[in-house]
Design a protein around this ligand. Sequence first.
Ligand code: XUL
Length: 521
Amino acid sequence: MFLGLDSSTQSLTAVLIDPVSGQIVYQHSVNFGADLPQYGAPSGFIPGGQNGEVHTDSRMWLDALDLLFSRLSAATDLSKVEMIAGSGQQHGSVYLDETLGKRLASLDSTQSLVSQLAPALTRATSPIWMDTSTGPECAEITEALGDSAEVCRRTGSIAIERFTGPQIRRFYKNDSAAYARTAHIHLVSSFIASVIAGKSVSIDYGDGAGMNLLNLSTLAWDPKLLDATAPGLLEKLPSAAAATEIQGSVSPYFVEKFGLSRECRCALFTGDNPASLVGMGATAPGNIVISLGTSDTFFAAMPEAKTDPNGFGHVFGNPAGGFMSLICFRNGSLAREALRDRLGLDWSAFDQPALAETREMAGSQLMLPFFGPEITPRHDFTGPVLKGSPEFESGVQPALQVRALLEGQFLNMRLHSQWMQVKPERIRLTGGASKNNGISQLVADIFQAPVERLDVSNSAALGAALIAAAAAGHELAELQQSFCMASPGAALQPDPSLGPIYQDAMSRFAGLLDNTVAATL
Ligand code: XUL
């Protein structure tokens, strides 16, 4: 059996798979808020951070590991696990002193992880991906490199507030003594992997690319970015390596305490988005994953590391080799809910029968679907912009408003993923709103590609379990065939007659967007 873990913002999840039967044997989550209330983090982070700071108590992840493994060992026979891999929320970082290696190598299974490892922390809390406090540091790093395009060319992303490099720079500037005491800087993923492996392990190319430090051409830490970020940084970073690289055996702590086998090995951990690409069965180019959540995300495999000339999208390592894109759209369900409430509708207005009523108006009325600031494109919108007939622009005709909002969201997605130059052959849709047939059909029509819906609830932890099995020699493509298949007959086919209509709508949408942004700059 193979074990995949995912340490996300709100929970630590385990998925245990049997590759021979093609079955998920067991899955379980520790919820940080509910299960570890002593950390005062109901949603997995410390509430009330100032100036954009969003941090988590790093010790919470250690207690979550002990709790998860004690529950797993009570529910399953962990001695059958051959290999463990995992993933973590991207960008978050953990800061530790030079005692880390010795502590990891000599963990006492009669004590807790937190009592033995917390004394090595040089920073009590970890900044996580929701943190937006590093605007000045992003500007400084960008200036040191010349411009944003250069940072993007090297690392796959412009300098971004939540990315680890700017966060490290802020720590160095605010507490240089603690920075100097820091001997190891880990990502959430590599920190947890290090605890399980009983030694400080590498950062994988998938999660490493979310730091503004990894050079995508050399797949090594970039000397210019290291210099621009903080002094002596290279010595504090683990090396970068491929996710499927085996790190050695699991720490005796887990063998003695939870009944894992001494032969059980560990692969590297990666970011939750790269792991989801694996768990959604989308690691081969041509597959696209669209996740419809609070924010919408678009990710897809890419054979080469192309970068977004506008700097909105990101490029990470693909655990199956090559690269992947990640594009986040802040106005996802937030905008769908805002329009629903503004018009006093319910979700049926967003589904198939209601959308069918306005079918002949497809692509004719345009809406820039932004109810608040957006990151793709990066602009402080204050509300949606409408362009079409006078009735439409005056906001009556709710059914048409809904169509225009959804069309606007997916035209915006199609427009801002063109830099990848990957023709979508198949879209795998996930997240709450993917259950909606009307929305799913619109995605198929706008991208002119079949849409499949996968019933995978823990795609990152499942992806991690598949990475573990692949590291042990199982064929990833075969694993994905058995674990990540859409239910038969569930694919929605695009309507080819809408192809030219949406092609034209996308050009008009791009024009409206350019004019709106230019007018408000
Ligand atoms: C990606 C990002 C988030 C986190 C969520 O850039 O910040 O998707 O990985 O866990």
